[in-house]
Design a protein around this ligand. Structure first.
Ligand SMILES: Nc1ncnc2c1ncn2[C@@H]1O[C@H](COP(=O)(O)OP(=O)(O)OP(=O)(O)O)[C@@H](O)[C@H]1O
Length: 303
């Protein structure tokens, strides 16, 4: 357990995330930091070689923490640089999807989230890798990944655009085949979607892994098996009422390592960022590998 007094901070701001204007935010960061005698720097991402630029900044200066300001994609990029180090990750949720911050009970209100700069606790959470690429939140193959890809390629941001794409894709979508081998059990067959879950709910609040624990040294592979289109609304209801585990179309494998054979080469994403990993995907657990900045109230809970 650590109580943190942060004195020097780097803020990585994604200016386009969530289609939210972040000009005022810079003033707010300045005010909170000045009030609490904290020095800070701001790096605005460009979408081009951000990882390299931030790595260089971290190397040059001795920061006590790095705050990712944006959505799950920005959080993933910053977290990837901090895994296995002593430098904690802070999150100011300002993206279209802010799933990890919600699972960590980080305030969604920006003013409240900014208070984490000076009032916080630090805890270690697990991360996982897919063919060496870090995933801190949720990654998946199948229907949701297809929606994420179209959303990413499109012009319109925000949760409304995501829901609109999902509705358009739903009727025509055919489940794809996977073979999954893990240290606990195996699966082979078609699935509507396959989620590798370190955490609980997507940024949309659809809870695919309601009982997942972020620091238990395990991850869950959550399958939605093929279902008649008429069952779709029922599944959606269960996803939004934390009860997907009770669906006859839901199957869960809890494990600490897995190999996923993506037999139809279906699209996938890691923490909301589409990418291609080939037909064989090795999933590994990095237990308690990332320090995160949390509200003090989390002291009472399991993390
Ligand atoms: N200045 C920029 N211009 C364009 N793209 C950027 C810029 N900075 C970062 N990006 C891209 O933003 C994406 C991450 O966005 P993030 O997930 O944080 O926000 P979001 O609004 O939730 O996501 P999305 O882009 O999916 O709506 C990455 O693909 C990254 O390359």
């Amino acid at each position: 357990m650590e109580e943190a007094k942060l004195k020097s901070l780097l803020f990585v701001i994604n200016p386009i995330a969530g289609d939210i204007d972040k000009e005022e935010l810079e003033e707010d960061i300045k005010t909170v930091c000045t009030d609490h005698d904290i020095t800070f720097e701001i790096h605005k991402t460009t979408g081009d070689a951000d990882k390299e630029k931030i790595t260089e900044l971290i190397k040059q200066a001795k920061y006590d923490a790095v705050f990712a300001v944006g959505g799950d994609g920005t959080v993933n990029m910053v977290a990837a640089l901090l895994i296995g180090t002593d430098m904690p990750l802070g999150i100011i949720p300002l993206g279209s999807g802010n799933g990890l911050s919600k699972d960590l009970n980080i305030p969604q209100d920006t003013e409240d989230a900014l208070q984490l700069i000076h009032r916080n606790i630090i805890r270690n959470i697990d991360t996982i890798t897919l063919n060496g690429n870090p995933s801190i939140h949720l990654s998946d193959f199948g229907f949701n990944a297809l929606v994420v890809k179209h959303f990413h390629d499109g012009e319109t941001r925000g949760p409304g655009a995501y829901a609109w794409i999902a509705m358009q894709e739903y009727l025509a979508y055919e489940p794809k085949k996977y073979r999954i081998e893990t240290d606990t059990e195996n699966f082979e067959g078609p699935a509507f979607m396959v989620t590798i879950a370190n955490a609980n709910a997507f940024g949309s609040n659809a809870s695919i892994n309601p009982n997942g624990i972020l620091n238990d040294g395990k991850f869950e592979i959550c399958l939605i098996e093929p279902f008649p289109k008429t069952a779709g609304l029922g599944i959606l209801y269960k996803l939004y009422t934390d009860s997907i585990d009770t669906s006859v179309y839901s199957r869960k494998i809890c494990c600490s390592r897995a190999t996923i054979y993506n037999l139809n080469q279906e699209v996938m994403h890691i923490d909301g960022e589409p990418l291609e990993l080939g037909t064989t995907v090795e999933v590994k657990m990095l237990s308690k590998s990332l320090k995160v900045i949390l509200p003090e109230e989390e002291n009472q809970k399991h993390l």
